[in-house]
Design a binder for this molecule. Structure first.
Ligand code: SAM
Ligand code: SF4
Length: 337
């Protein structure tokens, strides 16, 4: 493991939006492409991919982080698209690890390549992994992901665990009539594994041609179902990475159950995150078009702080997701969900 001390701690947060929310968390999308075609994320035929020359190289991504870190940034998440299909991802992890003030580097992945890549990513300085898994049944995995890549979620989680990439979080998008009959099986994983299984409410983004509002399972209904397995005790959840999830624990479980509720509850008031898209736009809200392009200034060698401040000045107070209709929003794979 690369244990070069990167920082003497986080810098004080000096980057605040117009509502006083300090920005200390950046989600970095390294690609808009993916080896899966999840029904809730992209159409079967894929999306119009970004041309390669528009995508930031690893050194450019690291430079954005180097300029944000002294303003209070301390936590990073590498995402996509599917980040593990971009060649040499460990090189980026190493560059980020060597950036002063960065305390935590996490990866969001569909898990397909984890058995192969986990040790090298850990060695480069990755701290932890969030892995998506919407089913534990091989035929159903292929149906939801629309690709047969031999993905075995438990094998991938074990590989990440063996490499030391914990605490491990497992993200399950719950869809009525598609995989909601497996929520109990996922919950039972936490009895024997120190994994944090998080159920995500389906969101009406991208081109979910095969999914409708009727596929959304409200979290209150989900929790009522899970509580039939045993009394759910509220829990602080994993020690690292405080996101929008609320956690519970089943009696005797070593892991926890989390719920992420973008549709029925909003958590915008405490939002401390911004996103960097693969083509170098700083987005201040997952939804809507609140973004400032950084790439040209970056390539001209100009300081980025004025652009960061301009972006933050436009960060909305809350997203309007609850008022929006299906089809009106970009896929999460395009914005670094
Ligand atoms: N490819 C990686 C993965 O699947 O984990 C990282 C990118 S993916 C866009 C990030 C997360 O967004 C995943 O947990 C995925 O399940 C979630 N996601 C994508 N589209 C969604 C939707 N329509 N509703 C809820 N969650 C969604
Ligand atoms: Fe790919 Fe992740 Fe979107 Fe699935 S959710 S298509 S794995 S980017």
């Amino acid at each position: 493991m690369n244990d070069t001390p990167p920082s003497a701690g986080a810098a004080p947060v000096t980057l605040r939006d117009q509502f006083g929310r300090g920005i200390e968390y950046l989600r970095i999308s390294v690609t808009d492409r993916c080896n899966f075609r999840c029904t809730y994320c992209m159409p079967k035929e894929g999306l119009p991919w970004l041309p390669r020359e528009e995508i930031l190289d690893y050194e450019e991504i690291a430079e954005v982080v180097r300029q944000l870190a002294p303003l209070g940034l301390r936590r990073l998440r590498i995402t996509g698209g599917e980040p593990t299909i971009r060649p040499g991802l460990a090189t980026l992890v190493r560059l980020l690890r060597d950036t002063a003030h960065v305390e935590d580097i996490a990866l969001s992945t569909n898990g397909v390549r984890l058995p192969e890549l986990a040790p090298a990513l850990r060695e480069a300085g990755l701290d932890r992994v969030n892995m998506s898994a919407d089913s534990l049944r091989p035929d159903r995995i292929v149906g939801i992901a629309r690709r047969d890549l031999g993905f075995d979620p438990v094998r991938s989680l074990r590989a990440a665990e063996a490499a030391g990439l914990g605490p491990l979080k497992v993200n399950v998008v719950v869809m009525r009539g598609v995989n909601d009959d497996e929520v109990e099986d996922f919950a039972r994983l936490t009895l024997d594994h120190p994994w944090h299984v998080r159920f995500i409410e389906l969101m009406p983004v991208g081109e979910m041609r095969e999914l409708t509002w009727e596929h959304v399972v409200p979290t209150d209904e989900l929790l009522a179902r899970l509580s039939r397995l045993g009394t759910l005790t509220p829990d602080a959840g994993p020690a690292r990475g405080n996101g929008p999830a609320r956690y519970h624990r089943l009696p005797g479980a070593v892991g926890t159950l989390g719920v992420i509720t973008p549709m029925t509850h909003t958590y915008c008031g405490s939002c401390n995150r911004v996103r960097l898209t693969a083509d170098g736009r700083l987005r201040t809200c997952l939804f809507g078009d609140h973004e400032v392009p950084l790439r040209e200034a970056l390539r001209r060698g100009e300081p980025l702080e004025p652009l960061f401040r301009r972006a933050l000045a436009g960060k909305p107070e809350a997203h309007g997701l609850l008022q929006m209709q299906v089809g009106g929003l970009r896929a999460l794979s395009q914005v670094g969900g």
